[in-house]
Design a protein around this ligand. Structure first.
Ligand SMILES: [Zn+2]
Length: 188
């Protein structure tokens, strides 16, 4: 793994990886894919340092982490959403005014394009068990060539009014957005 990272010549990519590795635990193929998606989004949407970005990751695995550590879009600040669709895809947008449309970008790891990289393709389609040390060199060589993206229009949601309710069953406090009297635990 160290030897793969040492081959990276782009100093910006290298410093991003140096921040990502301790956060994610190691450089997984999926985390690297998320990192590339973050960089594509930065370019397409002209995201600058300090800009607020909103991310919907279509997988829970690996991909969200570069957006958390490098993009400041975290699970806790609500700028990262995970829609578990099992897809290597993300939708990214910059902050926009409530109720207005904002331009975003949806980026996917494109299986038509990964065909040119046999190990990456086999890993993606799970037709062979391959360690990250074999997949990463192809991901690095491919750069942005294995991704596809399109601009999308997104509606910025209105922030719901926050009210605190005591659950009529268990007595615990919860945030209610509608008129529910029981908490989520008690309505499950
Ligand atoms: Zn309850």
């Amino acid at each position: 793994m160290e030897s793969i990272i040492k081959q990276i010549e782009d100093p910006e990519l290298l410093s991003q990886i140096e921040r990502l590795v301790p956060f994610h635990g190691y450089l997984s193929s999926g985390a690297f894919i998320g990192l590339q998606m973050f960089n594509i989004a930065r370019k397409v949407l002209d995201i600058r340092e300090g800009d607020r970005i909103y991310v919907t990751s279509e997988t829970r695995n690996c991909v969200p982490d570069p957006f958390q550590i490098l993009g400041g879009a975290t699970a806790g600040n609500n700028r990262l959403k995970i829609k578990e669709l099992g897809k290597m895809a993300v939708v990214v947008n910059k902050q926009g005014p409530e109720e207005e449309a904002v331009r975003g970008v949806r980026i996917i790891l494109d299986a038509e394009k990964t065909k040119a990289y046999p190990k990456l393709h086999a890993w993606y389609l799970n037709t062979a068990k391959l360690p990250h040390t074999e997949v990463l060199p192809e991901l690095l060589a491919a750069g942005e060539k294995v991704y596809s993206w399109e601009l999308v229009e997104l509606e910025v949601p209105v922030r719901a009014k926050k009210r605190i309710q005591r659950c009529e069953k268990c007595g615990e406090m919860f945030i209610r957005y509608n008129n529910e009297l029981l908490c989520g635990t008690c309505t499950e």
